[in-house]
Structure formats: C-alpha cells, structure tokens
Design a protein around this ligand. Structure first.
Ligand SMILES: Nc1ncnc2c1ncn2[C@@H]1O[C@H](COP(=O)(O)OP(=O)(O)O)[C@@H](O)[C@H]1O
Ligand SMILES: [Mg+2]
Length: 190
C-alpha cells in the first residue's frame, strides 16, 4: 500500500525542504505546485491557473499512488476540507494518507520569506507582510485527529468528497484512483 504525504503549512514553513527529504528517503514522487506555476507563468501566480495545475498534479499523484508509488503533495493545504477530501479520495484508492504540519512562527517566517526572495527570487513569488498576516489568519491548522490519521468527517451536505475535490481543483479526476478495474462484466475502456 502506497502512502501520500499531505504537507501542510504557511509560506516558508519548510514544506519543500521536507518534501525533498521524503522524496529521497521513501523514495517518493514529489509534486510541488510552486515549481510548476513558476515555470508555467513566468513568476506570476494566477489563482485559477494555479487551481488547475494542482488538479492535474493531483490526478498524476493519485494515479501514481494507486500504482504503488509513494507521493508527496507539497501544496500547503490551508483548509481542513481540502485535507479531508483528499484523505477520503486517496483512501478509497487504497492509499494511506499522512498529514504533516510544518509550523513556523510569524517573525521567523518574515525573515525566511525576505531571505528567500533576496537570494533565490527564481524559486518563489513576491509576498507582502500584509499577505503574511492575512494568510496566517485564514490558515486552518490540522488537529490531532487529522495528524493521527483519524476518521474523515462526512462531506458537505449533498456532495461526495470526490465531487467536492473536483470542484475545488479543476483538472482533478478522482476516478484515476480506481481505474482500471476490469472485470468480466465491465468492458475495457479505450
Ligand atoms: N527547519 C528549518 N530550519 C531553518 N530554516 C529552514 C527550515 N526549513 C526550511 N528552512 C528555510 O526556510 C526557507 C523556506 O523553506 P521552504 O522549504 O522553501 O518552505 P515552504 O516550501 O514551506 O515555503 C528556505 O530558505 C529553507 O532553507
Ligand atoms: Mg515550497
């Protein structure tokens, strides 16, 4: 059974550093949204396109995990629903999820963000102090149950977690987790 690591944390918390360690140690397929968005959009960070990139990376990651490869999702996952949806969808494909929370204090974070921008501008987006404050306020830290791999709560009323996830991330196809399961009754898809 493969493992998918969901790396949770604010900018400069150390997610990509941790992802690089897991990538070597497991080994695992590392999927880092920022790296793709930076190269695709030349340093801009357009929100709708970012969601599509994440969706495509999730399709790739879920498929790889269903095929037995460990995967690191280096996304940030600031909202609880995002993590619950993926824990459910990956779990349904027989993949166990590990939620890891990288924590950084505000003053340390400001220092790291400034330094990264100074030293390696090609590896990051410009981030203002106001954004750091706003993002910290909106961040939903994972609780003990999530970190321990506890039960996934029910999805929002009237939806499945798979529906929720493909709405949140256009380009994410949750069915790749269970495809192909060809039996005598189900003709092979082309
Ligand atoms: N545990 C740590 N202690 C000190 N510096 C760290 C630590 N983790 C990351 N850093 C530094 O902080 C900066 C941001 O780390 P990074 O892994 O890119 O964060 P994220 O991917 O969460 O934005 C980098 O310059 C990195 O070297
Ligand atoms: Mg990063």
């Amino acid at each position: 059974m493969a493992t998918a690591f969901l790396l949770v944390g604010l900018p400069a918390a150390g997610k990509t550093s941790r992802a690089r360690v897991l990538e070597r140690e497991r080994p695992a397929l590392r999927l880092t949204t920022d790296a793709w968005v930076l190269r695709l959009f030349g340093g801009a960070n357009p929100a709708p396109e970012r969601d599509v990139v994440e969706g495509l990376l999730l399709t790739t990651g879920l498929r790889a995990a269903a095929l037995g490869v460990d995967v690191v999702l280096d996304f940030g996952f600031w909202s609880r629903d995002e993590r619950d949806a993926l824990r459910h969808v990956f779990g349904a494909a027989g993949v166990s999820c590990v939620v890891e929370h990288l924590v950084v204090e505000a003053d340390v974070q400001r220092g790291r963000v400034a330094r990264r921008w100074r030293e390696r501008p090609q590896d990051t987006f410009p981030i203002s102090d106001d954004e750091l404050v706003e993002w910290r306020a909106s961040f939903e830290a994972p609780d003990e149950s999530e970190l321990a791999g506890g039960p996934v709560p029910a999805p929002p009323a009237g939806q499945t977690w798979a529906d929720w996830a493909s709405g949140r991330w256009p380009g994410f196809d949750p069915t790749v987790g269970t495809f192909p399961r060809v039996t005598q009754d189900t003709p092979e898809r082309v």
